[in-house]
Design a protein around this ligand. Structure first.
Ligand code: NAD
Ligand code: 44H
Length: 441
């Protein structure tokens, strides 16, 4: 089968052809982290913004470590398709937003030069939670390139699932270099985009009629809330449906706690019970009711939702999205890097409830599930992988609440919280997840 390339575009069904193609626009954005999410989210918003309002906002995408996505993209003239998985129906669209591709590990100087290029006016990042450290190679490369801009303005926008992602990135960068010309808009990003598999590529080939080894598949829902603080202009993302705001914090907090917190809960409880995917975890008897109580009793009291929404209705929409059987989102994918994810997804909820004098029953259950998960055995005794940058420290720490830099300092000495976690740990040990949930009143 022929490959997806510029030359193949005229042969494609007009409904799947991209509204812009690489090279139509000069590069204005540099993106660090050429993963699945960027391709199905920011690239799609940017392409739609360029199609609606023009502008030189082509994206130079940087693969920080592996070339496994970059090479197929280079072979395909930077074209890739986004499949939308809506229950039984799958549709495809080719995206033409990319204007270049670079490999940071192989040629860091080329990446630093491009970051320093004044034609780049927006830099976005999806480099996973664990990269937000002063000593991470991608942060060093970013500050090196920014320092070489000589004050030429640029906005640097984190699109990772972190609380206060803009402020966090600002603190990391400005600890090393002056803030002249730089802005750090915060963002809330949302679209479930599981890792691509051979069946993603097979579905893409089937829908496009050409082979696409850089295809991604995602749910229909997509949302991007962006603080409108761009030092050197931006694409007309609002024309693509993005919400531009002064303050993304209420959106971000609700999403991290009521979506990502519940996602992680399903991942740990589900993986222990042998559920391979999030939708299968949610379908376990008693799981949906448990997640509803987690949202209503523990999470909702800690949130001030954005105007026009309630946490309960948001939570119901999230559970509906998680139930999409076509996504095949692996519990083990969501479960990875727990020490990097739990602080913003769960520990803030627990800390806020403890400060209000309440003991978050379901939050404690999720913590007990994570603690059991990282010990490496599912309820049926089968092995579970521990994919976490702090894996060695986890293995060497008998009381996980004492894991420095992960848990708030008060947790280890909080007798009521410890007793609640120990209660769940005993139930999970004696009965397993499935029986524990089924027995809940
Ligand atoms: N996939 C989703 O559903 C989704 C939704 C919302 C937000 N996000 C955010 O996007 C991030 C990436 O998700 P994805 O689906 O693209 O994952 P992915 O595994 O497809 O891609 C991750 C990217 O980050 C890079 N990376 C990984 N570890 C790194 C490190 N230590 N330093 C520098 N770069 C590193 C990888 O090289 C790759 O380019 C998530 O961690 C999350 O913060 C993802
Ligand atoms: O991408 P991660 O690894 O940070 O988290 C896994 C999922 O919880 C996450 O990707 C969600 O699917 C996403 O945040 C939905 O917008």
């Amino acid at each position: 089968m022929a490959r997806l390339t510029r030359a193949a575009l005229p042969r494609l069904d007009p409904a799947v052809r991209p509204p812009v193609t690489p090279g139509d626009a000069s590069a204005g954005i540099l993106h660090l982290g050429l993963g699945a999410f960027h391709r199905a989210h920011q690239a799609v918003f940017t392409e739609a913004a360029m199609a609606a309002a023009g502008g030189d906002w082509g994206i130079v995408a940087v693969a920080p470590r592996s070339r496994s996505v970059l090479d197929p993209l280079l072979e395909q003239d930077l074209l890739f398709s986004v499949l939308t998985l809506d229950g039984a129906e799958t549709t495809a669209r080719v995206c033409g937003a990319l204007a270049g591709g670079l490999h940071a590990a192989g040629d860091p100087d080329a990446v630093a030069r491009r970051i320093a290029d004044p034609g780049i006016r927006v830099i976005t990042l999806t480099v996973t939670e664990k990269a937000y450290r002063p000593d991470s190679p991608v942060m060093r490369l970013l500050t090196r390139g920014l320092a070489a801009r000589g004050g030429a303005p640029v906005a640097v926008a984190s699109c990772d699932n972190l609380s206060g992602n803009g402020a966090r990135l600002r603190a990391l960068v400005t600890a090393e270099i002056p803030a002249d010309g730089l802005s750090f808009p915060g963002t809330m990003v949302d679209r479930i985009v599981p890792a691509s598999t051979e069946s993603t590529y097979a579905a893409a080939a089937n829908l496009l009629g050409v082979e696409d080894r850089a295809a991604v598949a995602a749910e229909p829902f997509t949302q991007w809330v962006i603080e409108d603080d761009f030092a050197a202009g931006r694409p007309a993302w609002e024309r693509a449906g993005a919400i531009l705001t002064d303050d993304a914090a209420p959106y971000e907090r609700m999403k991290l706690r009521a979506l990502n917190g519940v996602h992680s809960a399903l991942a740990y409880l589900g993986a222990l019970a042998g559920a391979p995917t999030i939708d299968r975890a949610l379908a376990l008897p008693g799981m949906r009711e448990t997640m509803e109580r987690f949202i209503e009793q523990d999470i909702a009291p800690t949130l001030q939702p954005p105007p026009g929404t309630t946490v309960e209705s948001y939570g119901q929409s999230v559970l509906h999205r998680f139930a999409n059987p076509a996504l095949g989102h692996r519990t083990l994918q969501v479960a990875m890097d727990g020490t990097q994810k739990l602080p913003q997804r769960l520990l803030g909820t627990i800390a806020d409830r403890r400060a209000a004098g309440a003991c978050p029953r379901y939050g404690a259950l999720v913590l007990a599930a994570w603690m059991r998960f990282v010990r490496g055995s599912a309820d049926d005794g089968s092995p579970l992988p521990l994919d976490d940058p702090l894996a060695d420290r986890i293995r060497a720490t008998p009381n996980l609440l004492e894991l420095d830099g992960v848990f708030p300092p008060g947790f280890a000495g909080d007798d009521e919280l410890r007793a609640q976690i120990a209660h769940w740990a005993r139930d999970l040990e004696r009965h397993g997840v499935a029986a524990t949930l089924k027995a809940l009143p």
